[in-house]
Design a protein around this ligand. Structure first.
Ligand code: TXA
Ligand code: MG
Length: 338
C-alpha cells in the first residue's frame, strides 16, 4: 500500500517528510513535488533502490536518471570535475529547473547513469523537495513519477493514477508551478550542449557562460526533437494520438469533428467550431502559463476518453522552445518514451 501525505506547510508536514526521508534511506521509493513535475525518488547511491525506479516506471535501462541535491556542495561530491561553467550556472539558477551533466564521481553507481561516465545533477526549487533531500542526507535519483508510456505528473493525483502501488510514499505538495521538465545542459563537452530544452532558455544560459551548441534548434522546422540518451521521439505522449495544427487552419479539425468521434482540442486560437463531440480546453497564450497547464490538460483529455487530441502549435520563438519540443515529442509516431 502506498502511503500518501498532504504537505500543506513545511512545519505541519515535518513528520511526514522525516518519515519519507527514512523510507528513502531504507531503499524505498518516494514521489515528491518539484517546481517542474513530480519526481519518483530513490537513494541515488544505492543500486538496488535505483533498480526499483526502473522497474516501477518500466523505464529502459539505457535512460539515465537526474540526481537531485540541495546544494552546490552536494552536487560537486557526485562529480569528478566541477568546471567554472558549472559554478556560474549553479550560482545563478539553483535551486531551479536546470540540470547539469558532468563527469561522474566513482561513488555514483552505473545503474543511476545508465552506464555513462557522466552524471546529471540538479537542485530543485521546491520547499518540499529540498526539505526531503535535506532530511534524507543522501542524493536522490528521480525521473518524472509516471509509467514510461505516460505524460509527466504535475499533481500527486497524476502520480497515483500512473504508478498506483508501485510507489511506497507520495508527498502531496499540490500542483507543480512550472509544468515542464528541467532544461538539461551537458557541460562534459566543449562547447556545452543543450540536451533538452526547458523553461530556462538557451540564450539565458549563454548570457552566463557564452556559446552553447543547440543541436537542431537553429533549424526548428518542427519535425525533430532533441537527442538525449535513451529518449525516444515519442515522449511525453498522452494515450490518445496527438496531432499538431497551425492554428489558422481549421480543415483537419472540421474533418475530424464530422466523423462524430470524441476529439480533444488544446486551443490557442479562438474556437471557430462547436460540436458536442469536441472537448475544448482553451490554453493560455503566455508560454509560461501554457507550460504550467499543458500536462494537466493532456491528463484531463485522456480522462475524458477522447480518441484523438488536436493541439494548436504555438509560434516558433525561443519563449516557446520547450513547449514546442514536448508537443513534437507527444505527437511523434512510433514507440513511446519515458
Ligand atoms: O524537471 C525534471 O528534470 C524532472 C524532475 C523530477 O526533476 N525530472 C525528469 O527526469 O524529467 P527524466 O528522467 O524524465 O528525464 C531525465 C533526462 C532524460 O532526458 C535523460 O536522458 C537526461 O535527463 N539525462 C540524465 N542523465 C544524463 C546523462 N548522464 N547524460 C545525458 N543526459 C542525461
Ligand atoms: Mg520523464
Amino acid at each position: 500500500m502506498t502511503e500518501v501525505y498532504n504537505i500543506e506547510s513545511l512545519s505541519q508536514g515535518a513528520a511526514a517528510i522525516e518519515h519519507a526521508a527514512e523510507a528513502l534511506r531504507a531503499g524505498r521509493l518516494v514521489a515528491f513535488p518539484t517546481e517542474t513535475v513530480y519526481g519518483l525518488g530513490a537513494n541515488a547511491l544505492d543500486s538496488a533502490a535505483v533498480a526499483r525506479i526502473f522497474a516501477a516506471k518500466g523505464r529502459p535501462a539505457n535512460n539515465p536518471l537526474i540526481v537531485h541535491v540541495n546544494s552546490t556542495a552536494a552536487a560537486r561530491e557526485l562529480t569528478a570535475e566541477w568546471p567554472a561553467t558549472a559554478e556560474l550556472l549553479a550560482a545563478r539558477f539553483w535551486p531551479g529547473p536546470l540540470t547539469l551533466v558532468l563527469r561522474k564521481h566513482s561513488s555514483v553507481p552505473d545503474i543511476t547513469t545508465a552506464g555513462a561516465d557522466t552524471v546529471a545533477v540538479r537542485a530543485p526549487a521546491h520547499p518540499v523537495a529540498l526539505a526531503l533531500i535535506g532530511a534524507a542526507k543522501i542524493p536522490v535519483a528521480a525521473p518524472s513519477a509516471n509509467r514510461s508510456c505516460e505524460v509527466s505528473p504535475t499533481t500527486a493525483e497524476h502520480v497515483r493514477k500512473s504508478l498506483a502501488d508501485r510507489v511506497d510514499v507520495v508527498l502531496n505538495g499540490g500542483p507543480t508551478s512550472g509544468g515542464l521538465e528541467s532544461t538539461v545542459l551537458d557541460l562534459s563537452v566543449n562547447p556545452p550542449r543543450l540536451l533538452r530544452p526547458g523553461m530556462i532558455a538557451p540564450s539565458v544560459l549563454e548570457n552566463v557562460i557564452g556559446t552553447i551548441s543547440r543541436p537542431q534548434l537553429d533549424r526548428d522546422d518542427g519535425s525533430k526533437p532533441l537527442a538525449s540518451p535513451g529518449t525516444s521521439a515519442r515522449h511525453y505522449a498522452p494515450r490518445a494520438p496527438m496531432e499538431l495544427r497551425v492554428p489558422s487552419d481549421s480543415s483537419r479539425l472540421e474533418q475530424l469533428v464530422a466523423t462524430g468521434a470524441k476529439i480533444g482540442w488544446l486551443a490557442l486560437a479562438r474556437p471557430t467550431i462547436d460540436s458536442p463531440a469536441l472537448v475544448l480546453i482553451q490554453m493560455p497564450t503566455d508560454p509560461i502559463a501554457f507550460a504550467a497547464r499543458l500536462y494537466a490538460a493532456l491528463h484531463e483529455l485522456d480522462g475524458a476518453g477522447v480518441g484523438r487530441i488536436i493541439v494548436d502549435m504555438p509560434p516558433d520563438d525561443e519563449a516557446w522552445l520547450a513547449v514546442r519540443d514536448r508537443l513534437r515529442r507527444g505527437a511523434a509516431p512510433g514507440e513511446r518514451g519515458t
